[in-house]
Design a protein around this ligand. Structure first.
Ligand code: ACO
Length: 380
């Protein structure tokens, strides 16, 4: 690891949280917070969200280039071939109480699958095998907790469409497939975020790929990372209708509350993913979009009015929540659906880490005492 200055920061001078520390070099994604740009392997996220399938982005992040026709069709066949659920994993999902959080069920299923399926060094084949199964694990658990039997995948459906089919038993509308596909593309990687860093740390110990992914799922679960997107939905549901928005937002800010879906640690302009998700939300649910857009415009105006120059803009969470609700997902599936996308970035980073590996092992500034007089147990 290196710092942005030539000195190693002590706990006194660092802001904590490794802010400003460069922890790795990567050719996968670049986040430009001031310009509001996000790039995967050289391509702007806007082109990828509008013009590529999630499968093409998997290929891009794992192989470093966008596939041609032949590569894409071979790649899709390989993904479809991996859509199998070992009976042992299904039994684990059946045994979980219906009250289990879907994120916990996903973590458990991935771990159980890894225990019987993964051997050897991390590889693209392993990345593909685990990524192909995320929708299966999630949808199976979701149906089981509702007393429904899990469904078989449909080979003619792509990743996004097959996930919605496995959840509902219905082949989804084109607008839903397009919206979810764009969401999966947009969330697939984002620099050295906490879960990606976690995955790289575990991979750097030469542990297996599934151990690194399970650790990353744990990191993503926390509310400061991926664990709170349904709060935007709670806010929109509490507002309920356009006429309530002004008083609700004024009241929330007057009570010192933060408006969910606004502000970002890195982006000091609009999050480029928000622009794409806004349009996908409009297409997926034109009616629901009216309230969301009205709340967004009012919130931005109020935040600017209250403290001009603070640079608070719409972040990825706002329209992620609107879009995922529009395509039919309930709130507790939002974070595991985020994981279904981000597993591609995690595995790409794991592969990058193991190809140029050095154990990630930072230091800590010890601030406790050093010269206490030891007393044996009988004298304490
Ligand atoms: N609503 C109202 N005020 C806000 C908001 C918000 N959403 N976000 C920041 N502010 C204010 C803070 O109160 C602070 O005001 P002050 O200068 O008067 O004290 C100022 O803006 C700066 O806030 P910080 O907390 O220093 O900004 P930070 O970069 O640490 O926070 C964060 C970023 C956590 C995302 C914050 O903007 C927030 O809490 N937003 C709401 C929750 C949210 O949308 N989370 C999802 C983020 S997207 C993602 O992480 C994937």
């Amino acid at each position: 690891m290196s710092t942005t200055t030539s000195e190693t920061p002590s706990h006194k001078e660092s802001k904590g949280g490794l802010e400003g520390i460069v922890a790795a070099t990567t050719a996968l994604s670049k986040v430009e917070g001031t310009a509001g740009r996000l790039i995967y392997c050289g391509y702007t996220i806007h082109d990828l969200a509008r013009k590529t399938s999630f499968e093409e982005v998997m290929h891009l992040l794992w192989f470093g280039h966008l596939p041609n026709h032949k590569e894409l069709s071979d790649f899709k066949l390989a993904l479809v071939a991996e859509r199998t659920m070992p009976p042992m994993v299904m039994q684990v999902l059946r045994d979980l109480p219906a009250s289990t959080e879907p994120m916990d069920a996903l973590r458990t299923a991935v771990s159980a699958w890894g225990a019987i399926s993964i051997k050897g060094h991390p590889s693209i084949e392993q990345a593909l095998a685990v990524t192909a199964r995320f929708p299966l694990f999630l949808a199976a658990f979701h149906r089981l907790r509702r007393g429904q039997e899990p469904l078989e995948s449909r080979s003619e459906l792509d990743h996004a469409a097959n996930y919605l089919y496995l959840l509902t038993g219905q082949v989804p509308k084109d607008e839903y497939i397009k919206g979810l596909n764009a969401y999966l593309v947009l969330l697939a990687d984002h620099g050295m975020n906490a879960s990606t860093f976690t995955a790289r740390v575990v991979a750097s110990t030469e542990a297996d790929i599934v151990s690194a992914i399970v650790a990353a799922i744990g990191a993503l679960k926390g509310p400061l990372h991926g664990g709170a997107p349904s709060k935007v939905l709670d806010m929109l549901n509490a507002i309920g209708m356009v006429d309530n928005a002004d008083s609700w937002l004024h009241n929330a800010l007057a009570h010192g509350e933060r408006l969910m879906g606004f502000g970002h640690r890195v982006y000091k302009t609009e999050d480029p993913r928000a622009e794409e998700l806004r349009e996908m939300s409009r297409l997926a649910d034109p009616q629901g979009f009216v309230l969301a857009r009205h709340v967004e415009e009012l919130a931005l105006a109020l935040l600017e009015e209250q403290k001009p120059g603070r640079r608070l803009y719409t972040n990825v969470e706002f329209y992620s929540a609107v879009l995922l609700a529009a395509v039919g997902l309930i709130g507790d599936l939002f974070t595991p659906t985020f994981a279904m996308s981000r597993v591609v970035g995690w595995t790409a980073h794991i592969l990058e880490q193991v190809h140029h590996n050095r154990l990630i092992r930072p230091e800590a500034d010890y601030i406790g005492p050093t010269d206490l007089h030891f007393l044996p147990l009988s004298e304490r």
